[in-house]
Design a protein around this ligand. Structure first.
Ligand SMILES: C[C@@H](NS(C)(=O)=O)c1cncc(N2C(=O)c3ccc(Cl)cc3C2(C)C)c1
Length: 478
């Protein structure tokens, strides 16, 4: 009797068999550089997935990565991240720290150095116990922003306010996050905001814009190829560090004077607990201060726009807000737990407009993805922008429908805008609370309309942002 042939286990295909986006890495880099494709990285990845399938290899200059798009493959990748997860470093940022002899914060650290800082910082920045302490600070600033908008409306005859909110949102997120970090108000929502804070916001934009071309070119080369970009990058960093240093000095002096003990922000708690040396606290607070402005302002702008062009969704959320208020004023954390549809709207915004556009990891052991063999140490990226708009992952992906997150279907590994696991965004709870409270107060007080309902074209400037900010109209609700 001939034994039935064993079905051979589907043979794992070799790494070299993974489809590739381009064949000559340097030609790719030159093409990217000439066509300034860096800012369309998200669209290029989306097209590559449509052309090559759910996994492909990209080689741009020295940059070599395996890109995946499906939740299951992202899960595979994260399962092999080890206890010191690692993402792509940013050489130009590290070059600045070395040049100026600054310590790095958790974003740039790796291995045990990263883990030591991260475990201490988690307590004050992302843990529920830490978060609940700074919620009232965020709520106060969100209420002040509504007053700021009403003041602007009164100056305006029709009491209709059509504004380009772009810069006002940066002022809001900087004001709110600085209050949570340092326990002090910058006064950005008053009539004449301090020039120092405006300079800081501008330096942040310059730093982010000059980071992009530097991502793919070694800093050493860039200094000779285009010294202006390099100089602008360095100057912007210096302005950022000067601003953060001023905030840190203020709180440090107060702290040394032994001010009466009530919660006065994350930095004071870190100084009090003294579990990190001062230079590590400064390095991390600088990263937090700089990382809490554009990252949170952009999703707010996109959410306001989507609610303006989806009035039925806006109405449903306003009804949820009124129901939450019906039971009288609550303390802030209780309020936040009674707004599931509003929170789902923020998730829906981050699906369509993921701030970081990818999540990156280097697997610590060999892993098989889409039946291909991927050796340990290979840079792998999850294409969040492409995943969020893939009909294979989301039904009617182009429809802005927050309810899709509240159903019974399995959404695991589909909401990755803040990354995953021990190395996920440490500012996640701060950002989520800040955005939820902002939208809660704004939707209670204004009906939001948009001049144009056409899709917004986005550009990637290290942060995903609109090519042209949408014009929004705010009609006060009496
Ligand atoms: C946009 C997204 N990119 S990501 C991390 O997903 O690849 C992102 C998410 N959360 C925080 C950031 N940050 C910034 O914007 C930033 C600026 C200056 C400094 Cl010193 C530190 C930062 C960090 C990395 C905190 C960036």
């Amino acid at each position: 009797v001939v034994a039935a042939a064993e079905p051979s286990p589907s043979k794992v295909l070799p790494f070299e068999a993974i489809p590739r986006s381009g064949h000559n890495a340097w030609l790719q880099l030159y093409h990217f550089w000439r066509t300034n494709s860096f800012q369309n990285l998200h669209y290029i990845m989306q097209k590559n997935f449509q052309r090559l399938g759910p996994i492909y290899r990209e080689t741009v200059g020295t940059h070599n990565s395996v890109n995946v798009l499906l939740p299951h493959d992202a899960a595979q990748l994260f399962q092999s991240e080890g206890i010191y997860p690692r993402r792509m470093g940013i050489d130009s940022w590290i070059a600045h720290r070395v040049l100026r002899n600054h310590k790095s914060g958790v974003f740039l650290l790796n291995g045990e150095d990263w883990r030591t800082d991260r475990l201490v910082l988690n307590r004050e920045v992302i843990s529920p116990a830490g978060t609940v302490k700074f919620l009232p600070f965020l709520n106060t600033v969100a209420e002040d922003f509504v007053d700021f908008m009403h003041r602007r409306g009164r100056e305006n005859t029709a009491r209709l306010l059509t504004v380009d909110l772009y810069h006002d949102l940066f002022r809001f997120t900087l004001e709110a996050s600085s209050y949570a970090f340092y326990g002090e108000r910058l006064g950005l929502l008053e009539e004449s905001p301090s020039p120092d804070s405006q300079r800081f916001i501008h330096a942040l934009e310059t730093m982010l814009q000059t980071t992009l071309p530097l991502l793919f070119i070694p800093p050493g080369v860039m200094r000779w190829v285009n010294p202006k970009i390099w100089q602008d990058h360095m100057d912007a960093w210096d302005t950022i560090f000067q601003h953060a240093d001023k905030c840190i000095q203020n709180i440090y002096q107060e702290f040394c004077l032994g001010k009466p003990r009530k919660y006065s922000g994350i930095m004071a708690e870190l100084l009090l607990n003294a579990d990190l040396p001062l230079d590590a606290i400064k390095a991390n607070m600088t990263e937090f201060t700089a990382g809490a402005v554009d990252t949170t302002a952009m999703p707010l702008l996109f959410t306001l726009f989507e609610l303006a062009r989806n009035p039925h969704v806006q109405t449903a959320i306003r009804e949820e807000i009124q129901a939450a208020e019906a039971h009288g004023p609550k303390e802030v954390s209780k309020l936040l737990s009674s707004l599931p549809l509003l929170k789902a709207a923020i998730k829906e915004t981050l699906r369509l407009y993921p701030v970081g556009i990818t999540v990156q990891r280097y697997p610590t052991q060999d892993v098989v993805i889409q039946n291909y063999y991927v050796p340990a140490g290979t840079l792998c990226q999850v294409g969040l922008y492409a995943m969020g708009r893939s009909p294979e992952v989301f039904r009617d992906p182009e429809v802005y429908n927050p309810k899709r997150w509240l159903g019974k279907e399995d959404n695991s590994f589909k909401a990755l805008a803040f990354g995953f696991g021990a190395r996920q965004c440490i500012g996640r709870r701060l950002a989520e609370a800040e955005m939820t409270l902002f939208l809660f107060h704004m939707l209670r007080n204004f009906k939001i309309d948009t001049v144009s309902k056409a899709d917004i074209k986005t550009v990637f400037g290290f942060i995903l942002m609109p090519e042209k900010p949408p014009l929004l109209t705010f009609r006060p609700i009496d």
